[in-house]
Write a protein that binds this ligand. Structure first.
Ligand code: MTE
Length: 319
């Protein structure tokens, strides 16, 4: 066991403390011109879910977008999860995280585009520089968090594969090997694999993000390693985890929750305090870590940025 100068065990240093001290360190080095790699400075950081060549992308990440709200802790973000492949309770994903193997990993690009193929995770990530975005995250179950993601805009990835003029939607799938299912996939809670989809203009929107990390580290398995979608103005189930397939389609793709219960989970599923879930109100939410409920914001607070996407849509019908 190693001890730091302060006498604290390494395990006593929380990821947030590391994150904030790293930020301070970054400011100082930018000011002082020192050129130390962060991974060298903080060897304790975990990079398990990403290839070595990608790790350097975490050095000197710039924050490009941030809501001015208190961050949820690393502990909250990584121990209260929905990831049905790893079990249905909130604690299961962390408990069963070891069952998800992220190396090797590849992503299949299919459908209406001129560069289909199977790409290794390294091929997928290499051309992109990573940035940090602090987004609100609102689950359809009426809880929410504020999360510092690391990643890059989905639009940049999409452009590389040159979708054709016929591509109206983008469909995503999570891994599923029926001969070697993850613990939660042994039960047919949903029809595996988990599927999600976006309209092309939603996918190309600058807020739509591919996350590879959070709190300055690679994604923990329970949060959807090694690569997941984050669509901050939609209910959390649209933000599909551990993606292995991206398909450009002409027609609206089948999506897991919408197929299972179309009256409860619409294809769009934009956060909307005025449209009730049939079994509960969406007007308020419980921010994890807070006692009193808070008002839910239209489009989760991103109304200015995204309302134009839906100007021709009756949001009560297309929920
Ligand atoms: N992706 C997959 N593959 N499987 C899932 O069960 N759950 C969704 C979404 N993405 C889910 C998924 C739901 S309901 C939510 S609220 C978010 O992931 C939760 O993300 P988090 O655990 O990182 O907070």
């Amino acid at each position: 066991m190693r001890y730091s100068n302060s006498g604290l065990k390494e395990s006593d240093v929380t990821p947030e403390a590391l994150y904030h001290s790293r930020r301070r360190f970054l400011k100082q080095t930018i000011g002082g011109g020192a050129a130390l790699s962060l991974s060298a400075y903080f060897p304790a950081l975990a990079w398990a879910s990403l290839p070595k060549s990608i790790i350097s992308k975490f050095d000197g990440i710039e924050q490009t977008m941030a809501v001015d709200e208190k961050l949820n802790t690393f502990e909250e973000i990584t121990s209260y999860n929905n990831f049905y492949e790893l079990g249905t309770s909130k604690e299961d994903p962390k408990r069963n995280a070891g069952a998800l193997k992220t190396d090797p990993w590849s992503v299949s690009i299919e459908g209406e585009c001129s560069k289909p193929g199977t790409y290794t995770l390294e091929d997928i990530l290499k051309p992109h520089s990573f940035e940090e975005r602090i987004y609100r995250f609102r689950c359809v179950e009426a809880w929410s968090m504020v999360i510092p993601w690391v990643g890059f805009p989905l639009a940049e990835l999409i452009k590389r594969f040159e979708p054709t003029g016929k591509a109206e939607y983008v469909a995503f799938e999570t891994l599923y090997d029926k001969n070697n299912p993850l613990p939660g996939q042994r039960r047919r809670t949903i029809r595996w694999p988990y599927r999600e989809g976006l309209r092309m203009d939603e996918a190309m929107h600058p807020l739509t993000f591919m996350a590879t990390g959070l709190y300055g580290k690679s994604l923990p398995n329970q949060n959807g390693a090694p690569i997941r979608l984050v669509v901050p103005w939609k209910y959390g189930f649209k933000s599909i985890k551990s993606i292995v397939k991206i398909r450009f389609t002409r027609d609206q793709p089948e999506t897991s929750w919408n197929t299972l219960a179309p009256d409860e989970y619409g294809f769009y599923s934009n956060v909307n305090p005025k449209v009730r879930h049939p079994r509960w109100s969406q007007a308020r939410e419980r921010r994890i870590g807070e006692f009193l409920k808070r008002e839910t914001l239209m489009f989760n607070g991103y109304e200015q940025e995204v309302a134009h996407l839906y100007k021709d849509l009756d949001l009560r019908k297309y929920y």
